[in-house]
Design a protein around this ligand. Sequence first.
Ligand code: NAD
Ligand code: FES
Length: 295
Amino acid sequence: MYSILKAEALASNIYLMVVKAPRVAKHCLPGQFVIVKADEVGERIPLTICDYDREEGTITIVFQPVGASTEKFTRLKAGDAFEDFVGPLGRPSELCTEDLEEVKKKRILFVAGGVGTAPVYPQVKWLHEHGIAADAIVGAKSKDFLILEKEMEAVCGNLYVTTDDGSYGRHGMVTKVIEDLAAEGKQYDLAVAIGPMIMMKFCCLTTKKLGIPTVVSMNPIMVDGTGMCGACRLMVGDEVKFACVDGPEFDGHLIDFDACMKRQQLYKTQEGRALLKLREGDTHHGGCGNCGGDK
Ligand code: NAD
Ligand code: FES
């Protein structure tokens, strides 16, 4: 069992938990994720790691309830525990694994949308700890949905906060701020955009126009998180990839976001999975055991 040391609401319908998971905390790096199960019969929920403390042996997760399982998470308090807390899964962010001197030469812009601020934070923090000041745009629907502003401010070079309704910070979506910064003369060698798929799609369209290579973190439906079930299959250029083992980060300019969003919807029903099996052939593993697409 994995004890919950802290559980609090961060913003409207967005929750933070600090969980005792020493082995995950010892090995994880920014960009990786965990799969969490509340109890024996609970659904397996993938959540990106928002922070970690190797000495305390803790992992911080941030989530937004979207179904019965994550709704159950919101009822857990400090002192309760998760049945399973598996990780670290996926590949760490390349920024944390490539040659540090090369990373230092890059002018990096992070673009965080809503709950996507949670996986952006550990990357910016890691860079800050290694003497690199990256800029970041954080976007939220309105002030009530904004998270981790102080934490981001402490580790960013420049932080640009924006709200869709103009209730706080700049006014408009994150894509508008990317364009405004370019118009103000800011130049970047790399963008990292993390948030809802639709936001990553439009960020990539914007950065492509501006000629800024862009990394995105894909969060399709996941079941096993180890490359076995095929749920998280996606196309990157003309290559088949599995977000859980090949990602979650990919070159955003090579992703067909419309196809990914369509697949998300199809994967939710048995009929849809059977259709995917027809289309995806051998690369549709269907091995989750309840997929139906493998039959
Ligand atoms: P949201 O809908 O509030 O959007 C956040 C921000 O993204 C907006 O304020 C806006 O600036 C930008 N945005 C949204 N739509 C846009 C568009 N069409 N064009 C340009 N910019 C746009 O986000 P939310 O409710 O916090 O997000 C929830 C979603 O984020 C869930 O679907 C969840 O799965 C996903 N998520 C993804 C990751 C990841 O790793 N990619 C991590 C956490 C959450
Ligand atoms: Fe990636 Fe199963 S979740 S293959």
